[in-house]
Design a protein around this ligand. Structure first.
Ligand code: GDP
Length: 699
């Protein structure tokens, strides 16, 4: 049987940990969550020489073991808990060759816990260009460990790294710093109070409680005669520890690393001058955004139309081929349109994440954070809120989770509360279909499509609404601000296609398996509700035939009449009619009413719902869009989807809190029902009022 060991990948953010993880595990990875919290847990395995299997855990990026965010807390929890099933037999600290000093701080802390620790210095490919040279032998001596130079971009050094992992048991575990040097008197007392404990570990437990909140472990039982230090004193000692460590590291690096500044061909500073320029920076950022949204609109149209047509054909084929009956109808009218409603989003989601990952991978996203910090502060947000707000364009769920990076609780809460206002990908299909119905397909100056511009305006609307609400919340919420802003400025890099690919696949999978399941399930429920009904529903054919007998209609027209009669009297029709009086002032009919109701499970259900409703009894080869365009407002006799009702619908979707999954994640992240409930009612009221005003003015 293969022998298994646990390997933990730890490092500062942006050192290439994820790339190293991808290189080591390939596709043998799975992504989950840590129990009870939503920090992402990435695991995979890698087969090593001599039949050894290494279970590799990619931990969240952290600067030190003095955690101040939930992400960092995960690392400490693991390293202090020998009984954890993931407790590492060996840690690989991934460091960036250009930031060795800061990276080594974390390394020395981990090594001092007595865990075998390998130092993997990544981005070796940059060394020649930046004229950096490292004396590995000497550095190994000084740090008393094994070191390997790797490049996950060029895929070099990994064989050696695997060799080192295999031989992990030979690594020295001598600490870098003698813990009692931090404060001999205090540590002496600690040693006496807890004679059997490892001093440095003990110290981390104590300081962790000071920094972040209690660890998830047995509280320390101090002997009654032990004089505990005040929090401020402990913080002072912690700073002293950091200083001692940096002294140690500086001393070592002086002798082992050489950077020839003169010969460095440094593009970075030149690029930074433009990209974070006080005018050009913003202009470039917004041009990039605009380009992205034009691209999403233009490029994804082709695969989307293709998917739409193919599924319509498939539904028709099933109806013709399979024996007539409830099951065939369920398949052709419930399951297939439902699946189409999921798959049709894949092109957009993939494109969006392609762009977001490229921006992140190149290092540009960090410049955006830096650029935006000054502005965001004015609205009660932090520069780091840009990442959740921008990722909110894909889905509010990962975005709200990304807010965990924000140190200040108040800024984090505000970010969580306003993120659902940014335009998530689930709104995109609703926007796209309504825009294509009510906005003319003109081009301005021959280049920009009017429809694309409308889409961009909607994104801007969402973003401005988020910023404006943040400003109000900053004034309203009586929470004290704490924390400070640390920003990582990684070097510019060509993106690694593998990282981007994995990210796009992962996010698409997340959508299909998460939201997709809900969409499909609701499509089927809706089909059932639309295909069955009480009383009159079951006598539809007789009633309609009697009513139309004098009108001399064709068979086809009668069939359509029957279908629409059935729909009106089905369970769903009854529900939709019940809420019609509430939505009529917004320009909607009962069919849209039903779609709105079902959207509260997930917005993207809207199109699927209409597809299901309209496909009941109608010709399969028609596409959803054509069916919608043909709808007539029963009261006015004009097309149901006209400019006024279209804009009203767009506004409703822009503001309303129509996503149960988001509410659930907000509950989890704020640890209370208060915020999601509050969010639900305030956003839905704003949506109703905005749509009401728009429709009444435009109609
Ligand atoms: P993490 O934040 O530590 O997980 O780091 P990532 O794996 O996301 O990488 C951060 C950035 O460094 C990305 O832009 C990668 O493409 C880049 N990167 C990773 N490894 C290397 C490398 O060996 N050489 C170079 N030049 N860039 C790398």
């Amino acid at each position: 049987m293969a022998r298994e060991i646990n390997v933990a990948l730890i490092g500062n953010p942006n050192t290439g940990k994820t790339s190293v993880f991808n290189q080591l595990t390939g596709l043998k990875q799975k992504v989950g969550n840590y129990p009870g919290i939503t920090v992402e847990k990435k695991q995979g395995y890698c087969l090593l020489p001599r039949g050894l299997k290494a279970n590799i855990l990619d931990l969240p990026g952290t600067y030190s073991l003095n955690a101040c965010s939930m992400d960092e807390n995960v690392v400490i929890e693991l390293l202090l808990n020998k009984n954890d099933k993931d407790f590492p037999d060996v840690v690989i600290v991934v460091a960036d060759v250009e930031n060795l000093k800061r990276n080594l701080l974390l390394f020395t802390q981990i090594k001092d816990l007595g865990i075998p620790t390998i130092l993997a210095i990544n981005m070796a490919d940059q060394m020649a260009r930046k004229a950096i040279s490292v004396d590995i032998k000497k550095l190994e001596e000084k740090l008393q460990t094994k070191i390997v130079l790797i490049s996950s971009r060029k895929n070099t050094g990994f064989e050696q790294l695997k060799e080192l992992i295999t031989n992990y048991s030979l690594l020295s575990t001598t600490p870098c710093l003698n813990a009692s040097d931090i404060d001999p008197e205090y540590f002496n007392r600690l040693r006496k109070a807890f004679p059997n404990q490892d001093l440095y570990k003990l110290w981390l437990v104590i300081t962790q409680d000071v920094n972040f909140g209690k660890l998830n472990r047995q509280p320390l039982l101090f002997p009654s005669d032990f004089k505990t230090e005040s929090t401020s004193n402990l913080k002072r000692l912690q700073q002293k520890e950091t200083i001692l460590r940096y002294l140690f590291i500086n001393e070592i690096l002086k002798k082992t690393i050489l950077i020839d500044k003169v010969n460095a061909k440094d593009l970075q500073s030149k690029l930074d001058k433009i990209l974070i320029h006080k005018y050009w920076g913003y202009i470039i950022f917004f041009s990039i955004l605009m380009l992205i949204f034009q691209a999403i609109f233009d490029w994804s149209r082709y695969p989307m139309d293709f998917i739409d047509v193919q599924f319509a054909a498939l539904g028709e084929w099933i109806k013709v081929t399979l024996p007539e009956g409830v099951f065939t109808n369920l398949l052709a009218e419930g399951v297939i349109p439902g699946l189409a409603g999921v798959i049709i989003f894949i092109p957009q989601i993939a494109f969006l994440f392609l762009f977001i990952s490229i921006l992140e991978e190149t290092g540009y996203m960090s410049r955006v954070v830096f650029l935006m910090d000054k502005i965001m502060r004015r609205f009660g947000l932090s520069g780091k809120s840009v990442v959740p707000l921008v990722s909110g364009t894909a889905c509010a769920i990962p975005a709200i989770m990304a807010a965990r990076n924000i140190e200040s609780w108040k800024e984090r809460l505000i970010t969580i509360l306003v993120t659902p206002l940014t335009t998530c990908s689930a709104r995109l299909p609703v926007y796209l279909i309504i825009i294509s119905l009510v906005i003319p397909d003109h081009r301005i100056l021959g280049v920009f499509s009017l429809q694309g511009l409308t889409l961009m305006l909607l994104y801007l609307l969402g973003f401005s609404a988020a910023i404006f609400s943040a400003y109000l919340l900053d004034k309203i919420l009586l929470i004290k601000k704490t924390g400070f802003f640390v920003i990582e400025m990684p070097h510019y890099k060509l993106p690694l296609p593998k990282n981007i690919l994995y990210n796009v696949i992962e996010k698409t999978k997340l959508f299909v398996l998460g939201a997709g399941k809900i969409i499909l399930a609701i499509s089927i429920v809706l089909w059932v509700m639309a295909s069955f009904g009480p009383g009159k529903f079951n006598e539809a054919t007789t009633i309609v035939r009697e009513k139309t007998s004098s009108q001399n209609l064709s068979e086809e027209a009668i069939d359509a009449e029957i279908a629409s009669f059935k729909l009106e009297n089905s369970y769903i029709g009854i529900m939709g009619k019940t809420i019609e009086p509430i939505v009529r002032p917004l320009g909607f009919d009962w069919k849209i009413g039903i779609a709105l109701l079902s959207s509260f499970a997930a917005r993207e259900v809207f199109v699927g719902t209409l597809a299901t409703i309209y496909s009941v009894g109608s010709k399969e080869e028609e596409t959803i869009k054509n069916r919608m365009a043909a709808e007539i407002n029963p009261v006015l006799g004009t097309p149901l989807f006209n400019f006024a009702s279209g804009i009203s619908l767009l506004l409703f979707y822009a503001f309303a809190m129509q996503c149960m999954s988001t509410l659930a994640i907000v509950k989890q992240e704020t640890n209370s029902w208060k915020w999601p409930i509050w969010q639900f009612f305030s956003l839905t009221s704003i949506a109703y009022i905005a749509s009401l005003i728009a429709y009444q003015l435009l109609k």
